[in-house]
Design a protein around this ligand. Structure first.
Ligand code: NDP
Length: 236
């Protein structure tokens, strides 16, 4: 299968973003990834961008448009954590996480929307987290940024839903990446005990849901939050 829709994945040099980019390549899409460091997987165009910098995001899109064409599938995946309890959380701990996870999605989707409106077709996929709706001690900054993505996708659906543009949220649970590898073994075991599936997921298990949301089969799904969490957050 191949498709003309150009994909851009932020943070595609490692982790979940890399797996998403690989999956789109395997499905025959032209794919660009943004990276601050390193490179995207084989078959992708890597462009440099820090998602906290609107000018860098704009330049990255311009490069992708020149080399591959207008981006009509955008995956806002780049994200960070800076965990600590509320009373120890500094202004910067809060602001920097929100600026990357929520502000980054804003900058990237705003820039992508122009091309989608011109193409009269688009897919916006925001990578949130189970903790956005479930909550997590020590993650007030992160959870706030991730639940913000839900309001974002739903408002965007109401703005652009009539133009064949969908906006959805994917909410992963615990996925085997650098982000979770940092957790102590004991904490990992405690988390696993609370997950009905009894295990963490691979990045590819998230990637398959993302490519499906970009497909024609998902044309009538918008403003949805799709959990990929082994049942951890069900009902939220
Ligand atoms: P990783 O820590 O493995 O990778 C994070 C990615 O985001 C890297 O590519 C990193 O780039 C990029 N990034 C971070 N900050 C910026 C920035 N300011 N500008 C541009 N790129 C940036 O994370 P995961 O793959 O685990 O997570 C990917 C997404 O999935 C995140 O949004 C995360 O919150 C979410 N998620 C992850 C879960 C998990 O269990 N792993 C669970 C739920 C959600 P660089 O290499 O340059 O630092």
């Amino acid at each position: 299968m191949s498709t003309d829709h150009v994909v851009l994945v932020t943070g595609g040099n490692r982790g979940i973003g890399r797996a998403i980019a690989e999956r789109f390549v395997a499905e025959g899409y032209p794919v660009a990834v943004t990276a601050r460091s390193g490179e995207g997987p084989a078959g992708t165009l890597t462009v440099r961008a820090d998602v906290t910098d609107a000018a860098a995001v704009d330049a990255a899109f311009t490069e992708v448009e020149e080399k591959l064409g207008p981006v009509t599938i955008v995956v806002a995946n780049a994200g960070v954590t800076k965990d600590t309890l509320l009373l120890r959380m500094s202004e910067d701990d809060f602001d920097s996480v929100v600026a990357t996870n929520l502000g980054g999605a804003f900058r990237v989707v705003k820039r992508a929307a122009k091309g989608m409106l011109r193409a009269k077709w688009g897919r916006v996929i925001l990578i949130s987290s189970v903790v956005g709706l479930y909550g997590s001690p020590g993650q007030i900054n992160y959870a706030s940024s991730k639940s913000g993505l839900v309001g974002f996708a739903r408002s965007l659906t109401r703005e652009l839903g009539g133009r064949a543009i969908t906006a959805n949220v994917v909410a992963p649970g615990f996925i085997e990446t650098d982000m979770t590898a940092e957790l102590p073994e004991e904490t990992q075991a405690q988390y696993k005990a609370t997950i009905p599936a009894g295990r963490f997921a691979t990045p590819d298990e998230v990637a398959g849901v993302v490519t499906w949301l970009a497909s024609d089969d998902a044309a009538y799904i918008s403003g949805a939050v799709i959990p990929v969490d082994g049942g951890l957050g069900m009902g939220h």
